[in-house]
Design a binder for this molecule. Structure first.
Ligand SMILES: [Zn+2]
Length: 304
């Protein structure tokens, strides 16, 4: 008997819940009626629009270049610390993982733009004015100071250095420091570097026709992490399309190296190929570490 009563009670409560559920669905559907959509348009107050415009005059947008390390909440906290502007800059995360930074003074905004490049967890961050949104160049360039090493003094001329810099990016500034008795000469360019281009750390260049080529090296100030296989600023070497080639040569090496029927020449060829790839990866990684420590030293000198 008791169990029958319980059953009835259960049925009743189930019915009530069921009805409540149905009501919820109906109410939800009612709200999708778009009631009012065909009535005259509303507009926001003029002062609201003026304040929106004012806010965005002093607004910078930041975006981490490597999508796997583009942590917008992290960027939001870390950048004001790097700029030493904690509490002096407001920020807001956008849907596309970019972060808007609202400055109170033009002076702070210009200082931030002028001290680029910035990194987040080692990966570069592109920064641009909010007002540049919609332009094809938006968040597309990183200003880099690049030192050019190995340029013979004969070629230490503005036009030559500018030409060499133009291979790396859009040249904004050329600096040639002449040598003194206690300091060697220095050659550098400041370029706007396209974030979709690859980093070039060394190159052989024909400067003057019929003259011997020159081997140059390039040091990007402030550069930390990049793909050590192809030079991209957007991925780690494990995710590079060149990586399977390296893996392949590793397997090839293991296969040929342990196969008793492999000839000495075959084995030598595989080892050579693998070593070249590995050397390239290590060399680039080492270079990036050197650049990083130089940049750190430079920053420390700057800070002190
Ligand atoms: Zn790569």
């Amino acid at each position: 008997m008791q169990s029958e009563e319980q059953d009835q009670e259960h049925d009743l409560s189930h019915q009530i819940y069921h009805q409540q559920d149905q009501m919820k669905t109906i109410w939800r559907a009612m709200q999708e009626l778009k009631l009012g959509a065909d009535k005259p348009r509303w507009s926001t107050r003029e002062e609201t629009q003026a304040s929106f415009e004012k806010d965005h005059k002093l607004c910078l947008v930041a975006k981490g270049l490597n999508p796997d390390h583009r942590n917008a909440p992290g960027l939001k906290i870390s950048l004001p610390k790097t700029w030493q502007l904690v509490g002096k800059v407001e920020s807001q995360i956008n849907d596309d993982e970019t972060v808007n930074f609202y400055f109170k003074t033009e002076h702070h905004l210009l200082m931030v733009l002028g001290n680029q490049p910035y990194t987040y967890r080692g990966w570069l961050v592109a920064i641009d004015r909010w007002s540049n949104k919609g332009s094809p160049s938006f968040l597309k360039y990183i200003p880099f100071k690049i030192r050019i090493l190995g340029l013979p003094d004969t070629y230490r001329r503005h036009s030559i250095v500018e030409d060499l810099g133009s291979k790396l990016g859009h040249v904004e500034e050329v600096t040639i420091v002449e040598p003194t008795s206690n300091r060697p000469a220095r050659v550098s360019v400041k370029v706007l570097f396209d974030v979709d281009n690859e980093i070039t750390l060394a190159r052989t260049i024909d400067i003057i026709k019929d003259q011997p080529p020159v081997q140059l090296e390039f040091r990007y100030m402030g550069l930390q992490k990049f793909c050590t296989l192809c030079g991209s600023l957007r991925h780690e070497y494990e995710l590079c399309q060149e990586f399977p080639k390296m893996k392949q040569s590793q397997y090839e090496l293991m296969d040929k190296g342990t196969n008793p029927y492999t000839t000495a020449e075959e084995r030598k060829a595989v080892i050579g190929k693998y070593n070249t790839l590995r050397r390239l990866a290590n060399h680039l990684e080492w270079r990036s570490l050197c650049n990083w420590s130089q940049h750190k030293k430079h920053k420390q000198q700057w800070d002190s």
